[in-house]
Design a protein around this ligand. Structure first.
Ligand code: SF4
Ligand code: MG
Length: 307
């Protein structure tokens, strides 16, 4: 296990006209080694910001990020997989060159023959064929393009994959294939995943642990089955009611329960209090501390025992 904590990371800001947005506040979570932690929450909650901070694509404007065991920077070599595989693949390159780029850049293979051999091996690893390497990204379906970006990510032999909504642009049936591929690769290579999603059913399938984010904070973190069996934060309970069913796979019932307040002007006290069904006067006055319950679940709610 390693711990990603950012206790003073209260000024990760994104520039807005004459304003700053605190995108992420005081967050800390454990990613089990060779396991999967999922970060979940509605769009705008800060989960993509965390993914980009962890992989170094964003630098904190102020504050600090710490990766256990106390090293500066990431102790595991990380790669990122994005939601839109098409936007992350160079449309003018043949797939074999897209996958070969990290091999050349990191000098992982020397001769052209070694590079070709490795590219074919990576294509097969993700369920594509050697001849697919000769094609261009537009010749593939969305699911196949995500396989290509996974192959490219694997080329640099990472230990840690940060996956930002990797299947949410795909049809449900294709989603399942890509998720199963990711689980197989995790077993095969001992990969550690930080998995970002707004879809609780996907998250349940993928993760050992879940961290629920709301307005830039983690409001609950714990083991997947414990969190599903007994969600302790009212927001987690709300999210679990939104699990899509077969008839309405894309229904988003969270919206029906109230809009997310603007992160530019967050509510006083507990950021969830305007939408919380059990809020008391204390909730609008006092920000709840993160507490560890006897079950090991960590939760930021004054009424976690009652919830
Ligand atoms: Fe609801 Fe209060 Fe708990 Fe916030 S602290 S989630 S408002 S009960
Ligand atoms: Mg996002």
């Amino acid at each position: 296990t390693f711990d990603v904590s950012a206790p003073w990371l209260n000024r990760v800001v994104e520039r807005k006209p004459r304003q700053f947005l605190h995108a992420v506040n005081d967050i800390s979570f454990d990613v089990p080694m060779s396991g999967c932690l999922s970060l979940v929450g509605e769009s705008g909650c800060g989960k993509s910001t965390v993914a980009r901070l962890v992989t170094g694509l964003y630098k904190p404007n102020s504050g600090e990020m710490r990766f256990a065991p106390g090293q500066d920077g990431n102790p595991l070599s990380a790669q990122m997989i994005f939601q839109d595989p098409y936007a992350s693949l160079n449309p003018r390159w043949r797939v074999k060159n897209i996958i070969a780029e990290p091999l050349r850049e990191l000098k992982l293979r020397k001769t052209a023959a070694e590079i070709t051999e490795r590219v074919v091996e990576l294509l097969k690893t993700v369920g594509l064929s050697a001849s697919d390497g000769e094609k261009f990204p537009h010749e593939f379906s969305g699911g196949q393009r995500q396989r290509i970006s996974i192959a490219r990510a694997l080329a640099s032999e990472p230990q840690f994959l940060v996956c930002d909504e990797p299947t949410s642009a795909l049809d449900v049936s294709v989603q399942a294939q890509v998720l199963n591929l990711m689980r197989r690769l995790q077993d095969e290579f001992g990969l550690t995943y930080l998995f970002i999603s707004h879809d609780m059913s996907v998250v349940r399938h993928m993760s050992d642990r879940i961290a629920v984010m709301y307005l830039g904070r983690i409001v609950e973190e714990g083991e997947t089955e414990a969190l599903f069996a007994r969600p302790r934060h009212p927001y987690t309970q709300l999210l679990l009611q939104t699990i899509p069913n077969i008839e309405h796979p894309h229904r988003d019932r969270v919206v029906a329960a109230g809009e997310v307040p603007s992160p530019l002007n967050p509510p006083s006290g507990c950021p969830f209090h305007p939408r919380c069904p059990i809020a008391t006067a204390r909730c609008s006055a006092e920000i709840p501390e993160v507490r560890t319950l006897s079950t090991g679940t960590r939760v930021a709610c004054h009424l976690a025992e009652e919830a």
